[in-house]
Design a binder for this molecule. Structure first.
Ligand SMILES: Cc1cc2nc3c(=O)[nH]c(=O)nc-3n(C[C@H](O)[C@H](O)[C@H](O)COP(=O)(O)OP(=O)(O)OC[C@H]3O[C@@H](n4cnc5c(N)ncnc54)[C@H](O)[C@@H]3O)c2cc1C
Length: 420
């Protein structure tokens, strides 16, 4: 029997899985396919190319490929075009030639893909596009821009464009930052920069050459940035999927095929209330990647590895929780009840619970908006792990999460002192 483990996708989910497989079972032969020239890179930093806060491809690289090869992971720069589930074969293109490889177990970690219409000055949030757009901006060739899609990627793009004086129309078919309550989203919109015009309830209809057509107007811009909800990249495999194309998985990243697993943005997520959905986030991708490694090796996942959280929005105040089993020891940490230098409220509460032996069991956060969501997502990724791990955590990937890490670590430290 061929013992090869194949991982498809070389970013947060795929590399977390490959590394964890090697840690748990150093002799397992792992081949990882990545179609782009990049592995382990931060998509979250892409908007900073536009304002020039970062430059060059190295700026988004988290770890170089050689770091992973040194751990015994074989990385192939190749695009997987099809997975034949019956014959257990991966079909891929390497140096222009179609090749096949038989696998024993397979992990799909292919993330999502954006799309855009044909056009010289149309961009989507992928490295090549944003680097090129940044160069055009610095050459003074972009003074007006449309950003289509008012989610996280669209808002960050609008903000960075606005910072360098570009007049931005942010076009959104519903409302901007609809992940948040209208009240809190209103607060946040004030921080998107004075050069940004919000065009809510405006449907993007299509393009005619360089002309952008919407349900309310038609206009030509120097550049247009397409940040519409991306689609899971799962077209190469025929297994049960959700309506949006995400591969259906259980809480242990298993699909209906016993030798195929899926993790990260291309897979469904099981929330603690047992509902299924998708949660495009680097933190989840890292966590589900690790979970998949345990499942691929038929090992029990340590602790409680369910993903997700529950949250309630009380007039702009978010109360969120992750974990289902209450620990016997808990700590409550009040966040500073003040406003930050931009006038944003920053108060709130963190509740952290663990077992007598220091294993994190649950977390609750109460705070205005984004903080609570990010903090609870972060806590979710440490469920079932020892407090020490959370205290020592260094997350070099998502800048947003880093700001959240400090108070959560302080709470974990307080809890550790309490159980000692
Ligand atoms: C602008 C922006 C800002 C963001 N900000 C944040 C943030 O602040 N916090 C946060 O947590 N998350 C953020 N995210 C989301 C985060 O980047 C993703 O959730 C994370 O990258 C998902 O990791 P993944 O490994 O599942 O997928 P991806 O990162 O999409 O990686 C999948 C990899 O698979 C490769 N691949 C796909 N198909 C094939 C194939 N057929 N053959 C070979 N290789 C293939 C791709 O080239 C890619 O490298 C942001 C995203 C964007 C775009």
């Amino acid at each position: 029997m061929n013992d090869l483990f194949c991982v498809i996708g070389g970013n947060a989910a795929g590399l977390s899985a490959a590394m964890q497989i090697k840690r748990l079972s150093p002799k397992t032969h792992v081949i990882l396919f990545e179609k782009s020239g990049l592995v382990s890179y931060s998509k979250c930093l892409l908007p900073y190319y536009l304002s020039g806060r970062i430059e060059g491809i190295d700026a988004i690289s988290v770890k170089p490929a050689v770091f992973f090869s040194d751990q015994g992971i074989e990385i192939l720069q190749a695009e997987v075009t099809r997975i034949d589930v019956r014959s257990r074969e991966v079909l891929y293109i390497e140096n222009g030639r179609l090749r096949t490889l038989r696998y024993r177990k397979l992990l799909l970690a292919t993330g999502t893909r954006y799309s855009k219409p044909e056009g010289e000055n149309f961009f989507m949030p992928v490295p090549d596009d944003y680097i090129r757009a940044g160069e055009l901006i610095r050459a003074g060739k972009i003074r007006t821009a449309a950003v289509i899609g008012g989610g996280f990627a669209g808002c960050e793009t609008a903000l960075e464009l606005s910072r360098v004086g570009i007049a931005v129309d942010l076009i959104e078919k519903n409302r901007v930052l609809s992940l948040f309550s209208p009240q809190f989203a209103e607060e946040l919109k004030g921080f998107l920069g004075g050069n940004t015009r919000m065009m809510e309830n405006t449907d993007f209809l299509g393009t005619d050459g360089e002309l952008l057509r919407t349900s309310r107007f038609e206009r030509k811009y120097d550049a247009a940035f397409f940040c519409l909800t991306p689609k899971p990249s799962t077209e190469m495999i025929d297994i049960p999927k959700m309506k949006n194309g995400a591969v259906r998985t259980d809480a242990k990243c298993r699909t209906e095929n016993e030798d195929i697993f899926a993790a990260g943005d291309c897979a469904s997520v099981t929330f603690v209330n047992n509902r299924t959905g998708t949660m495009p986030s680097a933190v989840y991708a890292n966590k589900t990647g690790k979970t998949a490694a345990y499942s691929m090796l038929s090992k029990r996942t340590p602790g409680f590895f369910a993903s997700g959280s529950t949250m309630i929005d009380l007039d702009g105040i978010v109360a969120a929780r992750t974990g289902v089993e209450e620990g016997s020891v808990c700590i409550v940490k009040k966040l500073p009840d003040s406003k930050d230098d931009k006038g944003r409220p920053s108060g709130g509460l963190i509740v952290l619970g663990c077992s007598e032996s220091g294993i994190i069991k649950y977390g609750e956060v109460f705070s205005p908006g984004t903080y609570a969501l990010q903090a609870v997502t972060l806590l979710g990724s440490f469920l079932g792990r020892p407090l020490n791990e959370l205290i020592a955590a260094d997350i070099p990937y998502a800048p947003f999460i880093n700001r959240v890490l400090d108070p959560v670590q302080a709470a974990a430290f307080g809890l550790l002192l309490k159980i000692r």
